[in-house]
Design a protein around this ligand. Structure first.
Ligand SMILES: *[C@@H]1O[C@H](CO)[C@@H](O)[C@H](O)[C@H]1NC(C)=O
Length: 280
């Protein structure tokens, strides 16, 4: 419909719409409540989930995977976009400075091999909102030195879906990461992978109401039993379907909780933004 501010008639329509929203909110029709910064730790959902029920990755099966390190320690996963940039979640780089972050590429094992890169630029999505279900949880980092893509090499860029590409419900999806193997459990040095399924968006949103909202720019995945990768992977790391990164690990309720899929940033909603930010 589109409101034009020059038209009195349209302004009247807008006023009516606002009135409806206000009344709707008062009646509880709009379940989201605004939350202050700092309230996030009290929410049932939390960022930084981990791989459950997965397997150690053999060989350089995922040459686009990097470890994003905070003050020298593994903190998040990320994906190589091109020679200069990696893709990760906003909550992995938000409010951190470039001197706190480094990127380890070219290894499955955090204690063995690989190349360490400095971070020279941090681009957090301008509408990232950690107080509102981590909406727009996407960021792009520039690294130095650049990645080297020799033929058959240990590092390579990932494939991304096109803007707004849909991922079918029920599709097999693989999430990878160095996250904990169980809630409160050990952090492994080896990279793990687990296969789960893309969840129905409305069902996922319904599961999280009224505390959280699952936006169209988010995509959910889980297993029906909720016992495998239900808190999949490391934050910021990739969810692959057909060799494309369709999601970035964002948040979940607990771990291993049946009926509460992990929520991922839907990469295809941000393809244009990513291309714009990661233009070398
Ligand atoms: C997912 O993978 C399993 C095991 O390989 C296979 O049986 C099933 O058909 C796959 N599902 C889809 C939707 O491709």
């Amino acid at each position: 419909m589109g409101f034009r501010w020059t038209s009195l008639n349209d302004m009247a329509k807008l006023a009516t719409l606002i009135l409806f929203i206000v009344i709707g909110t008062a009646l509880g029709a709009v379940p989201r409540k605004p939350r202050g910064v700092g309230a996030a730790k009290n929410l049932p959902g939390h960022p930084d989930p981990f791989i459950l029920g997965g397997d150690i990755v053999e060989g350089r099966k995922y040459p686009g995977q990097v470890s994003i390190r905070l003050n020298g320690d593994h903190n998040c996963g990320g994906s190589i976009l091109n020679q200069d940039y990696v893709l990760t979640a906003a909550h992995c780089s938000y409010r951190h400075s470039i001197i706190q972050l480094t990127v380890l590429s070219g290894t499955n094992n955090l204690k063995n091999g690989g190349t360490l890169h400095e971070v020279t630029e941090i681009h957090v999505h301008e509408d990232y909102n950690r107080a509102d279900s981590w909406h727009n949880d996407v960021s792009v980092l520039k690294v130095e030195p650049p990645f080297e893509f020799a033929a058959g090499g240990v590092t390579a860029p990932v494939n991304l879906p096109v803007q707004d590409q849909d991922t079918p419900i029920g599709a097999n999806a693989t999430v990878i990461g160095w996250g904990r193997l169980s809630e409160g459990g050990e952090f492994p040095d080896d990279l793990y992978e687990v296969t789960i399924q893309i969840w129905d968006h409305d069902e996922c949103n319904a599961a999280y109401q009224p505390d959280e909202h699952v936006y169209p720019e988010q995509i959910c995945a889980n297993t029906a039993e909720g016992n495998k990768g239900s808190c999949n992977g490391d934050s910021g790391g990739p969810l692959f379907v057909n060799n494309q990164v369709v999601g970035l690990v964002s948040w979940a309720r607990g771990c291993d909780e049946k009926g509460y899929p992990t929520v991922y940033t839907r990469v295809s909603s941000y393809r244009s933004w990513i291309d714009h930010m990661a233009n070398p």
